[in-house]
Design a protein around this ligand. Sequence first.
Ligand code: ATP
Ligand code: MG
Ligand code: MG
Length: 365
Amino acid sequence: MSIGIIGAGQLGRMMALAGYPLGLRFTFLDKSEDSPGAQVGDIVLGDFMQAEDIRRLAGQVELLTYDVENVPVEALEAAASGIPVHPGPAILGAAQDRLREKECFARHGIETAPYRSVDSLAELESAVKALGLPAMLKRRRMGYDGRGQQLIRSEAEIAKAWEGLSGAPLILEGFVDFEREVSLIGVRNRSGDTRFYPLSENRHEDGILRLSIAPAADPALQATAEKQLAALMEAHDYAGILTVEYFEKAGRLIANEMAPRVHNSGHWTIEGAATSQFENHLRGILDLPLGSTRPRGVSAMINCLGRMPALEGVIRHEDAHYHDYGKAPRPRRKLGHITVVRDDRASLDAVIDELLPLVKAAEQA
Ligand code: ATP
Ligand code: MG
Ligand code: MG
C-alpha cells in the first residue's frame, strides 16, 4: 500500500517510521530533498500549497494524508474525487480559520474564549471594549508556534498590535487566565471505532510548546474532552488522529484550537503508549483495527528548539529517548524532541529537572 503525505516535515517522517513495520510505503510532497520526510521515503518535489503539485502526488499513491495544516482545501477536494483523502477536507477547512473553528466548536457545545472577528482598526477598538483587556489579537489563518498573534495588555498597545498584524483577517480573543494547558488526542477509523489517549499537560514558552507530560488527566476532564472529540469526529465522518488544545480553568475546559493531524503534544506516545499516535493515525485512515492507547507509565516530552543537545548527555538517562529530525539549526525551530518514560511522576519530574536545563543550555550555546 502506498501512502502520499502532503508535507515532509517531522510529523510525516514519524508517520513513515511508524508505517514501515506495517508494510506501508510513503511518498512525500515538499520543496526540498533535505526535508525530514524525504530522508525516510520517496519525494515528489513541489509546493504543497499548489493544487497541481498535489495532483501529481495523488497520481502516484493510493491514499493521501497530510502533515501540514495549510493545504488548500479545494485541491484536497479535487484529489479526493480520485483517491481517499483523510482526514477529510471539510474539518481541515474549519481548522484553518480561527473564526470558523470557533463556530464549529460552538455548534458542538464546546466552550471557547469569547471572541470578535476584526477587519479594521475601528472593529478592533470596539472588540476591545466588548471583551476587555488583556486580549489576544490573532491572524485567523496560517499561524503556528505563536506566530501571527499579539497580546494586547493596555489601550496604548492597540494601535501597535493592529499595525503588526493588519492586512489579513483577524480575530480578537479574550485572554484566558488558565491554570494549565492540556490537549486530547483521539483517533477514529473509517468504520467509526474510536480511541483516546490520556490528556497531556502542555507548557509553552513564547507561544511554542516546550514540555508535555502525560497522563495528566483528571477523570472528569478526560470524560468531557472525549465526549467533545467523539462528537467532532462523528459529525465529520473523521478518519485519523484529531487533536484539541484546551485551557483548563476552574475545573472547566476551554477549547483553544484543533488540529486534524498528528500533534506535537502526542510525540510521547511513541515510547510512552502501547500504540503511537502515528501508527494509530495510519490505522485510522486505512480503516484497520485501532491499537491500544494505554500509557506505559508517565511520560514527558521536551522539544529541542534551535539547536540539539548532544546525544550522549541525553541518553545517559536510561529512560530517555532522543529524536533528531535532521533539520538545519535555526533559532526557535523545532529540531527534535526527547521523551522520558518512568513509572511514577516524582522520578519523572527529577529527570525533567536535569534534562530541561541541558536542552536549554544547548539552545543558548
Ligand atoms: P500551535 O503551534 O499550537 O498551532 P498557534 O500559533 O496556532 O500555536 P495558539 O495555540 O492559538 O497559537 O496559541 C499559542 C499559545 O499562546 C497557547 O498555547 C497559549 O499558551 C497562548 N494563548 C493563545 N491564545 C490565548 C488566549 N486567548 N488566552 C491565553 N493564552 C493564549
Ligand atoms: Mg495552531
Ligand atoms: Mg496551539
